[in-house]
Ligand binder design. Structure first.
Ligand SMILES: C[S@@+](CC[C@H](N)C(=O)[O-])C[C@H]1O[C@@H](n2cnc3c(N)ncnc32)[C@H](O)[C@@H]1O
Length: 218
């Protein structure tokens, strides 16, 4: 199933994540709370139903967001409207990112990029590098091979699976499971300076989640 069809199926049939995650709040607070917020342009990359878009708009940043799923974007637009918040939102595929060069102060990927095949993942990293201003920051959350579900379902390419039979990740759509050295290689190839990787492991309903919180600077 294509990435679009898988996620459209998910977003059209259920609600997904209304509130922001701690690692995004920490990144934004550390880097941008003490600024003139309306002048800081931040992109929520693969925003889903907009938990982080909502947070960024509410905190006063110049907020942009997109997702491949029409239903996700529709749900988010309704929520923003209802709460009288504003963000520039649209349906788009992250592989074909349509923003100008050097446009954003920061790009945040909260578990979107992992849901793609490796070739597209690296295209997305290149796109993000292009749209960031020099000195701009990228934050990404991806899953490691210690996450329950890795090794189950249909193997699409090395370390990328579909129709997983275990774990908490969606069972439809692709999931690529990373290793630290792969992340470092990808970021370095694209040109990010001093990438940092923090490990966040926890269990959820008895399933393991091995998360990498990665940040890089253009
Ligand atoms: C796990 S959800 C995370 C959503 C959101 N970032 C959050 O934190 O709530 C992954 C999202 O990535 C989107 N996505 C996956 N691949 C994409 C792509 N190539 N282009 C745009 N969006 C994509 C999906 O539609 C889905 O909404």
């Amino acid at each position: 199933m294509t990435t679009h069809d898988a996620w459209e199926k998910i977003h059209s049939s259920r609600d997904w994540g209304a509130y922001p995650t701690e690692y995004v709040i920490r990144f934004v607070a550390r880097n941008y709370y003490q600024t003139e917020r309306e002048k800081i342009r931040i992109l929520d990359f693969g925003c889903g139903q907009g938990a982080h878009t909502w947070y960024l708009a509410r905190e006063g940043f110049d907020t942009y967001a997109f997702d491949i799923s029409e239903s996700a974007i529709e749900k988010m637009k309704l929520r923003l409207e209802k709460e009288k918040l504003f963000a520039h939102v649209q349906v788009m595929d992250g592989v074909r990112l349509g923003y100008p060069e050097s446009f954003f102060d920061a790009v945040i990927d909260s578990a979107c990029i992992y849901a793609n095949k490796v070739e597209d993942i690296q295209k997305m990293h290149q796109n993000i590098f292009r749209v960031l201003k020099p000195g701009g920051k990228f934050l990404s959350f991806v899953f490691g091979k210690g996450t329950t579900g890795y090794g189950t379902g249909t193997l699409i390419e090395p370390d990328t699976y579909e129709y997983m039979t275990e774990g908490n990740l969606p069972r439809i759509g692709y999931a690529h499971f990373f290793e630290q050295k792969e992340i470092l290689r990808m970021y370095t190839e694209v040109g990010f300076k001093s990438p940092t990787i923090d490990l966040w492991t926890y269990t959820d309903n008895g399933n393991c989640v091995e998360g990498y919180i990665v940040s890089g600077i253009k």
